[in-house]
Write a protein that binds this ligand. Sequence first.
Ligand code: GCU
Length: 445
Amino acid sequence: MRTSTRSRNRADRLHTVTSRLTSAIVVAALCATGGAALRPESVEVRALSATPVGAPADETVTIDGEEYPNPLRLNDGTAVTTTAQWEDTRRAELLAAFRQNVYGQSLPEPTAQTFAVTSTDFDRVTRKVVTITVTGPEGTGSFDVTMFVPKLAGKPRGTFLMIDHRGQVGGDPDQSSGFAPVKTITRAGYAFASLDAGDIAPDDSGRYRSRMIDLFHPADEELPADAGRAVSAWAWGAGRAMDYLQTDPDIDPARVAVVGHSRGGKAALWAGAQDTRFAAAVANDSGSTGAKLARRGDGGVGGETVARINASFPHWFPPTYRAYDDRVGSLPVDQHELLALLAPRRVVVGSATDDGNADPEGEFLAYVAAAQVYELYGLGDTGLPSTTWRPPTDQGFRGPAMSYHLRSGGHGLTAADWDVYLAGDLFPSSAPGAGGDAARGRPGP
Ligand code: GCU
């Protein structure tokens, strides 16, 4: 597969998203902080039109002929025209809405947390098994993160932190499954780290609370209706792994991408949306409640609806999400807004042509619609040759902060997908916002 970076005019880029909101371009002046992470420090608004700051915004944007919530509208109706409004107000509003209505409230930060590291040397790689021990009000538990760090003169080019829902990553640095081609990844100069989602919350409706959730909730009490379930816990686990990565001298914490496939991709997006220490989130075939727009229903291709995912996997999301089973049009958010919560950090969406359950067109449309928010930073180029479905297959497209590819074939994380992610230069040193708040050491709001 090839990776291309293309520049197109703004009208083409935003073709699919027709917003009646008059837009403004915000130019982010970049400033290095602490020598490592680059963050947009100041903004200058170049009004494309006469939209005054504080003007009202339309409630919806049109995506593929349908109305969707407008990410650039504050709850009080005001148009978001600056990165300051986005970062100080709108992000928090959207996160609160996703927590209340989709993923549930996250587990809190541990009251105590320790890391125990066992390192093993191999020819080209150091393997570290990091036992993260977490204490909450109801007890103490632990889980492992397995890391493979290539031996290089400097630090790795970046780190892929995988939420492994298949328990498939073993200890062999030469393992080369399509799902986790550790050898290929480390030879390309990247570190690979992985946590087993089942060690955070078993993927089982009867047992999902048993590992981490019950450290924070009394085991003999029902969880509150809006408390996060398994997907939320997996995302939280990625945050705890990030707590460790920030302390590891062999890793650049400003260059960590959280990556997941399918249900792991849903969790990776939610982790990246909430925790701005992640420089990127990679969502491979994430589908329903991942990158796929909820309001599309089955998308005409048998895509998984909100009702179906909640019925099939009652332990993934809270009852508050189930309340929208038969009325997705009332959801206060949709998934283009989840992707937008990565801005200005890199969002990476991978789809597969024959993955009807994930509705690849629904993932594509959400990706394109998220560009509206990236455009606040002048980063709205999706890299796509056209924003109309369907894009060329087996080619990586890359804008300054957004990446997309459509692999031919069915559901799966394959060597071909990894080829795109590894060739995709996800951690360029000049990337605006790369590293998010990594240098500050705490997750963003
Ligand atoms: C099922 C489910 C999807 C999920 C997938 C997976 O197919 O319907 O929502 O993404 O499993 O995790 O592989």
